[in-house]
Ligand binder design. Structure first.
Ligand code: HEC
Length: 145
């Protein structure tokens, strides 16, 4: 019984970590995973914003700090113009590299400058962060394939 539960837990954790098991290029897999982790922190903030989770300033600060760290890792993770059939990255990234990195830096700057002291700060923070995701995705992320 114990072993069954353990195996089950391992399967769930492995499934979450390798959600993109059909992505063959490890560089692409890695940059997608970085994005998924950014999105997971946005979700934590979003849940507190809509009251699905209790507001905790420490959790909010941690989420924002993680977004900042992950955003600053975007340029190095996209530097090589790698591709994969499952990738949604547009080739324009490498044609407009300075603009792409500026958009990544913008997210880092926003995340670094945000202070969340109360639940009321979450909405404005999410819209600033979300605007930055959107600005980059509009130019450099293709429609879901
Ligand atoms: C500087 C550009 C840039 C910024 C800023 C950015 N993204 Fe992305 N994001 C991309 C690109 C490009 C892809 C497509 C990567 C690929 O498929 O190879 C992507 C893909 C994703 C994906 C899909 C990952 C997957 O596993 O397929 C999610 C989720 C995501 N981004 C969330 C976010 C969120 C949330 C933010 C803001 C908090 C954000 N992104 C900010 C460029 C950006």
């Amino acid at each position: 019984m114990r072993r069954t539960i353990l195996t089950f837990t391992i399967l769930i954790v492995a499934g979450a970590a390798y959600g993109h098991s059909n992505v063959h290029n490890p560089v692409v897999q890695d940059r997608m995973e970085n994005m998924m982790r950014i999105a997971a922190q946005m979700k934590r903030l979003g849940e507190m914003a809509k009251g699905a989770a209790d507001f905790d300033p420490e959790i909010a600060a941690e989420a924002v700090a993680r977004i900042s760290a992950r955003a600053s890792a975007i340029p190095e993770r996209f530097q090589a113009p790698e591709t994969d059939p499952k990738s949604e990255a547009k080739p324009d990234i490498w044609e407009n590299w300075p603009d792409f990195t500026a958009k990544a830096d913008e997210l880092t700057t926003i995340a670094t400058s945000i202070t969340i002291e109360s639940q009321a700060d979450l909405g404005p923070a999410l819209s600033r962060l979300g605007g930055s995701c959107k600005a980059c995705h509009t130019s450099y992320r293709a429609e879901q394939n």
